[in-house]
Design a binder for this molecule. Structure first.
Ligand code: 1Q0
Length: 215
């Protein structure tokens, strides 16, 4: 299963999977998108069990998408573009309220997509931070900008409490397993445009099909 995989995190790996996400004609490969999240979950797990409720939800959503990929209609799920087309044409998406398709690929990926915006904002803050910057503050700011409006009060509360448990910037950079801080900053500079492009392409696709508010 997703959860039992090797727990060691390496930022380079995550960067590589996000690099592989885009096809030549700028479609997003579901498999690599999901693999990118898997890598991030590894990182989250290495930060401690207070983040368990977050990684559990992420793993759950990753697994839903992996099940579609490995299922009988797996070929329809190869890219996010083909998934959207397939699920919409076959009425496999609950559009306005939860109904018979509470775990559609479209709504599941939308949750990760929103979290990708959080990641982008957080990493950008990390990249431009100074030695005495607080990871908890950067994380909370990114969360409040990108995700909080999509979460009920209880989740917001729990998330903001968990952020206080984040290690400081030096320890945080260490867990990334990249090298000295300058190297981390350089790698973030390399990763961010890729993450941002994947985000923008997905955002445009979802906007075109009016899928940005799926229940
Ligand atoms: C480093 C600290 C990590 C903080 C993660 C920020 C996101 C907080 C999200 C809180 C989610 C709470 C659990 C449940 C939420 C669901 O209700 C919600 C909506 O789904 P649904 O089915 O109820 O409609 N789910 C989500 O919004 C999905 C959240 C996925 C979050 C995935 C986070 C994965 C881990 C990321 C660690 C990244 C570390 C960054 C540094 C690494 C350098 C590349």
């Amino acid at each position: 299963s997703v959860a039992s995989e090797d727990q060691k995190f390496c930022l380079q790996e995550v960067l590589d999977t996000f690099k592989m996400c885009l096809s030549d004609n700028k479609e997003v490969y579901t498999q690599h998108y999901v693999a990118g999240w898997r890598g991030l979950v590894k990182f989250l797990n290495s930060l401690g069990s207070v983040f368990g409720f977050i990684s559990k939800d992420a793993v759950n959503k990753i697994q839903i998408l992996v099940n579609y990929l490995n299922g009988e209609n797996g070929s329809q799920y190869v890219t996010v573009q083909s998934m959207v087309k397939y699920e919409l044409e076959n009425e496999l998406v609950d559009i306005t309220k939860r109904g018979s398709h509470p775990e559609s690929g479209c709504r599941t990926l939308l949750r990760l997509h929103r979290a990708l915006r959080w990641l982008e904002l957080f990493l950008e803050r990390l990249r431009t931070s100074t030695e005495d910057s607080k990871t908890s503050v950067m994380c909370a700011e990114a969360y409040n900008e990108a995700l909080a409006q999509h979460h009920p009060w209880m989740i917001r509360k729990a998330a903001n409490m968990a952020f206080y448990m984040l290690p400081g910037r030096p320890a945080f950079f260490e867990v990334m397993n990249v090298g000295p801080p300058e190297q981390v900053v350089a790698m973030l500079g390399e990763a961010l445009p890729l993450i941002s492009e994947v985000y923008q392409i997905t955002e445009t696709l979802y906007a075109q099909h009016n899928l940005l508010d799926l229940p």
